[in-house]
Design a protein around this ligand. Structure first.
Ligand code: CA
Ligand code: CA
Length: 248
């Protein structure tokens, strides 16, 4: 009975417009040390006030659970060859040096409600290389460290809040929905040559495209701490249709 009550509460919370009101204006709460903020209100403009705008590679703008989103997903019937989607922030790639935090909120899309299959790129430090951050079969990986973080947490139609925090020049700690899921090599060395989000690299012929509605992307030049990240996570109900909200 307790379980049923909890599930019903989650379902109602996801459907209730009250959350949208609570989050009106900004998906993430205001914070200091923000380098760039992308709310995707119909553009790839930086709304932090710093003027560090991104270039829109492709995708469309639509309505998500928490407001406007950058939609970077395609339907299988469109075939394997799709136009790349994402944003290019390479003009400011040199800002991604320790300490930094990259946060993103998105809803993943897969067929059949299964954990996300294959590689889907979140971040490319070099468009000519396969290296970078991916979600892989429902987990997070900073390729090529070959170190998977997670337990098939990322599933279809699920709101994800990822926070990737640098802990040193060569290491990151990854937070999934407010909880640390471990540390990893960051997947690239030195200062990134480029900073491309959501689009796959040229090395794997753009085939590892993120499939998601991206609510927000925030880049900060501070290593945000676990308490701060956990507090942010409480803003989101983490609704997963068709799945029990276990461990969230
Ligand atoms: Ca948004
Ligand atoms: Ca790739």
């Amino acid at each position: 009975m307790r379980t049923a009550t909890v599930l019903m509460s989650c379902a109602l919370a996801a459907a209730a417009p009250a959350h949208a009101g609570a989050l009106a204006g900004e998906t993430l709460p205001p914070a200091s040390d923000v380098v760039a903020l992308f709310e995707f209100d119909g553009s790839a403009l930086d709304s932090s006030g710093n003027g560090r705008h991104a270039e829109l590679i492709g995708g469309s703008f639509g309505q998500g659970r928490y407001g406007n989103v950058l939609r970077v997903r395609y339907l299988p019937e469109e075939g394997d060859v799709v136009a790349p989607m994402g944003i290019d922030w390479s003009a400011h790639a040199d800002l991604l040096v320790h300490p930094y935090t990259v946060e993103m909120v998105f809803t993943s899309y897969t067929e059949g409600g299964e954990p996300t299959s294959g590689y889907q790129k979140l971040f490319s430090p070099d468009d000519a290389e396969d290296n970078g951050w991916y979600i892989v079969d429902g987990d997070f990986e900073a390729y090529p460290t070959a170190f998977y973080l997670g337990d098939e947490r990322i599933r279809h139609d699920q709101v994800i809040y990822l926070a990737i925090v640098s802990t040193s020049e060569d290491e990151i700690e990854v937070f999934f929905n407010g909880q640390s899921i471990g540390t990893s090599g960051k997947g690239f060395f030195g200062t990134p040559l480029q900073a491309i989000f959501f689009r796959d690299d040229a090395q794997t012929t753009r085939g590892e495209q993120l499939q998601a509605d991206v609510e927000v992307l925030r880049i900060s030049d501070v290593a945000r701490n676990a308490g701060e990240i956990a507090a942010i996570a409480e803003r989101f109900p983490f609704f997963r249709s068709g799945f029990e909200p276990t461990g969230l």
